[in-house]
Design a protein around this ligand. Sequence first.
Ligand code: ADP
Ligand code: UVW
Ligand code: MG
Length: 400
Amino acid sequence: MNASQVLVLNSGSSSLKYQLLEMPEGRRLAAGLVERIGEDGPGRLVHTPAGGTPRERELPVGDHAAALRAADAELSADGHGLDSPRLAAIGHRVVHGGRTFTEPTVVDDRVLAEIERLVPLAPLHNPANLAGIRTALAINPELPQVAVFDTAFHTTIPDHAACYAIDAEVAAEHRVRKYGFHGTSHAYVSRRTAELLGRPPAEVNVITLHLGNGASAAAVAGGRCVDTSMGLTPLQGLVMGTRSGDIDPAVVFHLARVGGMSVAEIDELLNSRSGLRGLCGDNDMREVVRRRDAGDERARLAFDVYVHRLRSYLGAYVAVLGRVDAVAFTAGVGENSAPVRTATVAGLDALGLAVDERLNTAADRGPRLISPEYARVAVAVVPTDEELEIATQAFALVSA
Ligand SMILES: Nc1ncnc2c1ncn2[C@@H]1O[C@H](COP(=O)(O)OP(=O)(O)O)[C@@H](O)[C@H]1O
Ligand SMILES: CC(=O)OP(=O)(O)O
Ligand SMILES: [Mg+2]
């Protein structure tokens, strides 16, 4: 039997998303989500077979290993379990690969040890990714496990953009520098944007704006990333659903000294009670816009802070790239929020940027241009597909 399927696992701190894809065409055979892993009370699993109705249930999921075993049981019920001879590989989204991993990598003991070594740089993500890999290996030791790193696409960022201006020895000792994340999405979207323009990626400069729950911008010159807004961790940069993005680092000392907060409390504040949620109580952009339009002042401020930060990065990356051919909006907010796109580009005609409101508000889904014909820089909406990109990279590696 031909092994031509790839199972993609994307483990978040308390969730596991998975998709089974038929390769090389990328046809989706099943998708699922396990939520509330390791939290009080039962977890929740939703499994959707291709063309079928979603199956939903509550179940105890103490950790990511239990979550993957539950997902495996659902997949097995349709004949797609981890022991299926049709599986060519499992593709794992691994959030932190440091500077070690520049390419998708077949997991062996050395790779596991290195992902483990990077845990202090991604304490919420890498342990979940490791649990996924180890559990998959326990269920089917013969199956190739391919790690695809969020940081890989950013390893081309030059030192002058990646180094923080702190004592060089301290930085080297503790591996403090900008790594960047969402790289799989920035790589995929910048390539698809070049395709949309009908030009080879090597000739095109693109600014990609990945605006999901986590959010980051990237400056991509001729297919290579030269700067990105996330840093040592996914906390830096843009305003996100619940994360602050950029702040004066002295806010941390101030909250510790004057506010009496512990490091753990400040960590939780900046990661979970900040961003849109911190500013107005809602982390979902749909709610923020609805409330703003109804005259809610806190929601208006949250929207304006979000857009101001985004415009600052957009302008910065125009300067970093020198010449920009396209700006691409992607992920939940970028793909769906016409008001965010309008506000981000408003008044930037001097930079060659404009949006055609008829195109911007059209109900189209696929990759599309939303800038007027005359604009010097193309503005595009390009849906991301991290799972397809991970499956493509994993399948290419194991079938080479
Ligand atoms: N129709 C919409 N309009 C505005 N924002 C939306 C819409 N749909 C989704 N979103 C935003 O997208 C976010 C989720 O983005 P997504 O890329 O799916 O996130 P992640 O993969 O990081 O969980 C939601 O929190 C919400 O803010
Ligand atoms: C790295 C990161 O921020 O990921 P996510 O957007 O999935 O939270
Ligand atoms: Mg996402």
